[in-house]
Design a protein around this ligand. Structure first.
Ligand code: DOR
Ligand code: ZN
Length: 394
């Protein structure tokens, strides 16, 4: 057995669903899953119930997270209206010890250019004000970049043409056409424009397209403070996987083409991609297996499977038994440390030390991903049956 030591990882994009959606997941269950996957610090998203758009909602999450000893949970605030930005400002400028503690646990602002789970889509004026205020106060701003109008138009046109083919509206692969790549590219373009205008530290969440990646590459060359993350599901799955996965392969942004997938790996190789983050978004199997797959909630779990998938590539393998290995996919252990520890730590000012907490990895261990052995409350995985190489030693 070859054992190596890594800093315990940071996943800067998870949904732990507490409070309000704890039938899907909760902080305790998902922390166990994270730790089993070598992740001990996570940045959690504001689309819980109530949404984290007030100081009270953030304080409540911080109190809940205080009960979790094994995983350091940090939180993004959200904003769907301008007044929510004032709550963020209060947290950021807060002078009292309570507010200071809350601020320490707040990693920035998350905004949605279009609705996704939780309907936190905001209008452009609110988003522009968010970029302005975050630029002024030095707050990291993360955006879900999909253009709402382009998505709405694409959806309408898919549904129109679907009427002539009776089963078309139940075809899950249409999800990718209803949220087309151009919509992501357009939203990233607008967001980069705002980051330029207001000198905002801007991070693109779950970037999924070749075109979006190229915009980030150019923004970096220009010297803007723009970073991005990609999710394992966009690195390891494509639209071809809908056939096997059905609605278990439904997420936002959706699965993309092989060309987009190859571009993301290229972005990892040339350093344009800053982080790999899971967008761990558990829903129950029952919710996912609803009658019309296009109505199933979007999101897949991933926090426990990210590291083994990446280690498999680092060992020269490819874990998707259905998809061909992406020709240019390359990864070394040092890249995993950069993408899943150093960069998220720096971008979100998490203050972690590399040697503070470490994990042991058996890089030779081959095993099969099976949902029944995973720890997320949702008890399913889009990677069921995949052979991987590399495992966290308990
Ligand atoms: O697939 C997704 N699931 N995308 C999102 O933007 C939200 C997430 C969720 O919370 O389920
Ligand atoms: Zn998300």
């Amino acid at each position: 057995m070859t054992q190596i030591t890594l800093p315990s990882l940071i996943d800067c994009h998870v949904h732990f669903r507490e409070p309000g959606l704890t039938h899907k997941a909760d902080m305790a269950s998902e922390s166990v899953a994270a730790v089993a996957g070598g992740v001990v610090t996570v940045c959690e998203m504001p689309n819980t119930i109530p949404p984290v758009v007030t100081v009270e909602a953030l304080a409540d999450k911080v109190r809940r997270a205080d009960r979790i000893q094994t995983c350091d949970i940090r939180f993004f605030m959200g904003a769907t209206e301008k007044k929510h930005l004032l709550a963020l400002r209060d947290v950021w400028r807060g002078a009292s010890p309570t507010l200071k503690d809350i601020k320490r646990r707040c990693c920035g602002l998350k905004v949605f250019f279009d609705h996704s789970t939780g309907n936190q889509g905001a209008d452009f004026e609110t988003i522009a004000e968010a970029f302005r205020m975050c630029g002024e106060l030095g707050i990291p701003l993360v955006a879900h970049c999909e253009d709402a109008e382009m998505n709405a138009n694409a959806q309408a046109s898919v549904l129109r043409s679907g009427r002539s083919r009776s089963s078309a509206t139940e075809d899950i692969a249409l999800h990718s056409q209803m949220r087309p790549p151009e919509s992501e590219v357009a939203a990233i373009k607008r967001a980069i424009g705002l980051a330029r205008e207001y000198s905002t530290q801007f991070h693109v969440a779950h970037l999924s397209t070749a075109g979006g990646l190229q915009l980030v590459r150019e923004a970096k060359k220009e010297g803007l403070s723009v970073t991005c993350e990609v999710a394992p599901h966009h690195l390891f799955l494509t639209v071809d996987d809908y056939q096997t996965l059905g609605a278990l392969g439904k997420m936002n942004p959706p699965l993309r083409s092989k060309e987009d997938q190859a571009a993301l790996w290229e972005g990892i190789a040339d350093g344009t991609v800053d982080c790999i983050a899971t967008d761990h978004a558990p829903h129950t199997l029952e919710e996912k297996q609803c009658e019309d797959p296009l109505r199933a909630p979007s999101g897949v779990p991933g926090v426990e499977t990210m590291l083994p998938l990446l280690l498999t590539v680092a060992a020269g393998g490819w874990p998707n038994p259905r998809g061909e290995k992406v020709a240019n996919c390359k990864l070394q252990i040092a890249n995993i440390i950069r993408l899943c520890f150093e960069n998220p730590n720096r971008i979100f000012g998490l203050g972690k030390q590399k040697d503070e907490l470490q994990i042991q990895i058996d890089v030779d261990k081959e095993w099969t991903i099976e949902a029944e052995n995973l720890h997320s409350k949702c008890k399913w995985t889009p990677y069921e049956g995949w052979r991987v190489r590399g495992s966290v030693v308990d």
